[in-house]
Design a protein around this ligand. Sequence first.
Ligand code: NAG
Ligand code: NAG
Ligand code: NAG
Length: 423
Amino acid sequence: MASSTSEKRWIFPLAMASLMFIFLAAASFNMGLLSSVRTINSLFFSSNLSTTSETTAKFAESKINQSPLHPPPPPVQSSPRFGYLVSGSRGDLESLWRVLRALYHPRNQYVVHLDLESPAEERLELAKRVREDPIFSDVGNVYMITKANLVTYRGPTMVANTLHACAILMKQSKDWDWFINLSASDYPLVTQDDLIHTFSELDRNLNFIDHTSKLGWKDDKRAKPLIIDPGLYSTKKSDVFWVTPRRTMPTAFKLFTGSAWMVLSRSFVEYCIWGWDNLPRTLLMYYTNFLSTPEGYFHTVICNAPEYSSTVVNHDLHYISWDRPPKQHPRTLNINDTEKMVASGAVFARKFKHDDPALDKIDKELLGRGNGNFTPGGWCAGEPKCSRVGDPSMIKPGPGANRLRGLVARLVLTAKLTQRQCR
Ligand SMILES: *[C@@H]1O[C@H](CO)[C@@H](O)[C@H](O)[C@H]1NC(C)=O
Ligand SMILES: *[C@@H]1O[C@H](CO)[C@@H](O)[C@H](O)[C@H]1NC(C)=O
Ligand SMILES: *[C@@H]1O[C@H](CO)[C@@H](O)[C@H](O)[C@H]1NC(C)=O
């Protein structure tokens, strides 16, 4: 009896404290959509389908329990950071430079790479621009791979290059949360402030990987043929070539394929680079002879690793338009595609021709970016050219954040409904 009365005495202050907390939380999140993402997140966090989600659930719980005692940390601290690889080849210098400036934010890390096929002058020019840009040298978050790799399109050297960039990013900075791999023909549709703001509400373990295990014709055309990538041993670029005999389908793991554009969590990248599990290495060796490696390596690793497969969201966050039936390359986007791009809510679109008018339209209408300038954001200290670094923790999301939040909320809900399993 005594214990129950003392419990009752606790209820009133506790209820008051909870009400206060709810009120404060509601006041700080006054946007309707945002709270809907919160609701969906709580669905997401509380899932316990696997070990990973169990730990996430515990983590989220301990956060919730702490909240009434300690006020929630200012959103600034919980804002995520991104690690980007932007890569190109011969003739891509100007496009790459433009994407880099459109994507730049002092909170993030950037690795740029022009492969060995691009002439030395182009690579030297890129190195010079990175070195001489006052903001880049002031913040020190743009790194160029000067010892260029030879990268064969469709071959394993492409994955080796991506892993190289991941390793550099991990060495450069301890605190990025997601790795994003882009080419010079991609372009952002939202500002970095929009992206940072929207992703600050997400579970940092999520990986955005468009994938499928239904290889279909790829069984025969991709998994069974054996290829050699001369980029692994030759100093000159040449295409992959086929060798005989063919191999059978693997039985030690299940193959997955999908989009070569991904948003990978730091924990998954660490697993691939530093992990004590042998799977990422075994599969890297298997994929050495696989055609179109970039569309399968990360997909197959994550979907065969039980501790990570439940973190996969089946989307690449890109707007990519394919012909029907799909050809090998996606359609090149132009100014008539902008409405659909925007409606998709995607973070990036591809692919564009160099300086296509569609890019000018995106700069003007979606990014608010002036010719050659950085995309403005909270860090710009209020001037449109962003020629001085203001406070990088100031995040000022714009309309892009709402579009993106719509897409992300849908994806997360779908992932929840499909129990977040690779299919
Ligand atoms: C979550 O885990 C608990 C016990 O660990 C179990 O009883 C419950 O069915 C699980 N829920 C789901 C959705 O798997
Ligand atoms: C990384 O991005 C490039 C574009 O630069 C793309 O072609 C490639 O497939 C991606 N690599 C991997 C391993 O997915
Ligand atoms: C866009 O659409 C207009 C009208 O349908 C057409 O005349 C124009 O050629 C298109 N532009 C491009 C780049 O395809």
